[in-house]
Design a protein around this ligand. Sequence first.
Ligand code: FE2
Ligand code: FE2
Length: 313
Amino acid sequence: MTATYEPDETQAAFDRIIERHDRIEPRDAMPEKYRATLVRQIAQHAHSEIIGMQPEGNWLTRAPSLRRKAILLAKVQDEAGHGLYLYSAAETLGVSRQELTEKLIAGTQKYSSIFNYPTLSYADVGTIGWLVDGAAICNQVPLCRTSYGPYGRSMIRICKEESFHQRQGYELLATMMRGTPAQQEMVQESVDRFWWPALMMFGPPDADSPNTEQSMAWGIKRDTNDELRQKFVDMSVPQAERLGVTLPDPDLRWNAERGHHDFGQPDWDEFMAVVKGGGPCSAQRIAHRRKAHEDGAWVREAASAYAAKERQP
Ligand SMILES: [Fe+2]
Ligand SMILES: [Fe+2]
C-alpha cells in the first residue's frame, strides 16, 4: 500500500493523521525522522524499565518482612513486563530486541539517568516508588495519547501498574514515618538524595531541549519538560507535607500569582555527566546487564531451536 504513494502524497497522508490527532499505525507510511525519533525514545524507555530493576532488585534478599518482599518482587517483575511491552512496540518499527539490547550494553543507547544512583537503605525502595515512579507517571500519562499506536497502547497498562508502584512506595514511607526516630531519619536522608535526580527525570529545561518542538509537532510528546516538571513538583509538595518530610530545596514555595510552586533548578552539569555515563553506578549497571544478557544466551538458543522444531511439519 505504501509503495503506491507518491512521496508528497505519503507526507500529506501522514500530516492528515497527525492533524486530526489520530494514530499512526505500523502499516502507515511515516517520515524516516519520525520513525527514528520513536525508535530512540521507545528504546530508551524500554532500557530504563529493565535497568530500573537493578537498584531495587538489590534489596529483594534483604526485605524486612515477607509482605515487603512480596510487594517489592511484584513491582520489580512489573518493570520487566514494561520492558517487554516497549521492546515489542519498538519491534513494530523494524528494529529487533536483540539489536536494541546490544546497543544498550555497548553504551550507544541511553536509559534514564535516575537508575545510575545507588540504593543505600530500604527507605530508598519507598522513595523510588513515591518519587521515581511518581515522576514516571507524570511523564507517561500523556504518552497514552502519543501519536504512535503501539507505543500509546502499551503505555495504558504500564500507567496502571505505575500507580500501584507509587502507592506502595508512599505507603512504605508513611509506615516508616510512624516508626522510630531512626526510621524517620532514614526516610528524610533518602528523600534528600532522590529529590533532585527525580526532577532531572523530565530532561533538560525547555530552552536546552532541541528535540521537544519537533516531537510535539508530531504528537509524540504532548507536554514540554518544564510543564511536566512543574506538575510533578505541584503534586509532590502536599504529599511530602502529609508524610512529614522536607523537600531539600530552599527556593521551594507556593506562588499564588502563578497558581504553582516556585522551585530551584537541579544541578544540570551533574545531569549531563550522568547522562554521558559518569553516574555513581553507570558502569556497574551496564556490566550487570551485559552479564545477564550473556548468561541468558542458552535460553534464547533453546527457545529458537524449540520454535524451529515446532514449525517442522
Ligand atoms: Fe515501569
Ligand atoms: Fe514502576
